[in-house]
Design a protein around this ligand. Structure first.
Ligand SMILES: [Zn+2]
Length: 261
């Protein structure tokens, strides 16, 4: 699944490819996207200028010159490909945004789970979202307040987009390992000191340091994770085998020794 750095990367490529340009036509090539963006709605995008591309959490919004917006979400496997309108689209391309200058942006998704929808106002396009995971103003006080009313463990709480927008399964697990907090610790009872550590850990795992430039996917990425997808492999700090549990339907990886409470 694309995590925040991957979505940010993709959004920047989209921004470079499309901002300031005018849409000639938007076409959906897959039945699920045709349902989300039927031809009558797709027609409303014609001759609209893309004034701004914005990311909120893992959502991407194309703000159009009449105040309407095109919303995109990659879900499990999406990405953008920039091409030209005279080229044959890739076989995994699910939607095309043709621009009046002859360039094209393809929504590429081998599993066809991505979302694309039209909204008459940008405000109506997004669910309610918490602070951005990579926002400088994310601090222990914000987290303490956001978690104070939560019941249940910290890991699913961290993945709740109303708490922090953009933090997904991989980086929630990685951040908890770095902060030495058990994924099972009750969210509302984590001390301020440990929340300070957690905020630092979130920043560290989301930072672009040590990343090769360009695109990367889950499969090429895995080797650099501390706990994610490393069940049974030795903890990078204490060599204890990494454990996997399921929380809220998602796999959580952690070190039972480093993350005891
Ligand atoms: Zn360990």
């Amino acid at each position: 699944m694309p995590e925040l750095p991957e979505v940010e990367n993709a959004m920047r490529r989209l921004r470079t490819a499309i901002e300031g340009k005018t849409i000639a036509v938007v076409r959906t090539l897959h039945s699920s996207l045709k349902r989300q963006l039927p031809p009558a709605k797709a027609r409303r995008l014609r001759q609209r200028r893309v004034v701004r591309v914005e990311r909120r959490g893992k959502h991407q919004l194309l703000h159009l010159d009449d105040g309407s917006a095109l919303h995109a979400h990659f879900r499990m496997n999406g990405d953008w490909i920039v091409s030209r309108t005279d080229q044959v689209p890739d076989r995994f391309t699910r939607a095309l945004i043709d621009l009046t200058d002859g360039t094209r942006v393809e929504l590429h998704d081998s599993r066809a789970l991505s979302a694309l929808s039209f909204h008459t106002t940008a405000a109506s396009a997004l669910p309610s979202l918490g602070i951005e995971a990579n926002d400088d103003s994310l601090d222990a006080a914000y987290l303490s307040n956001a978690l104070s009313r939560r019941r249940g463990p910290i890991k699913p709480a961290l993945m709740d987009q109303k708490v922090i927008a953009g933090l997904g399964n991989i980086y929630a697990a990685e951040a908890l390992w770095r902060a030495r907090i058990s994924p099972r610790a009750m969210a509302a009872s984590i001390s301020k000191l440990r929340l300070v550590r957690l905020v630092d850990a979130i920043r560290a795992v989301l930072s672009d340091e040590d990343r090769p430039p360009g695109r990367y996917t889950d499969s090429t990425d895995r080797h650099r994770f501390a706990v994610y997808d490393r069940e049974g492999k030795p903890c990078r700090v204490c060599s204890t085998p990494i454990r996997r549990i399921v929380q809220a339907g998602r796999s959580t990886y952690y070190c039972p020794k480093c993350q005891r409470s």
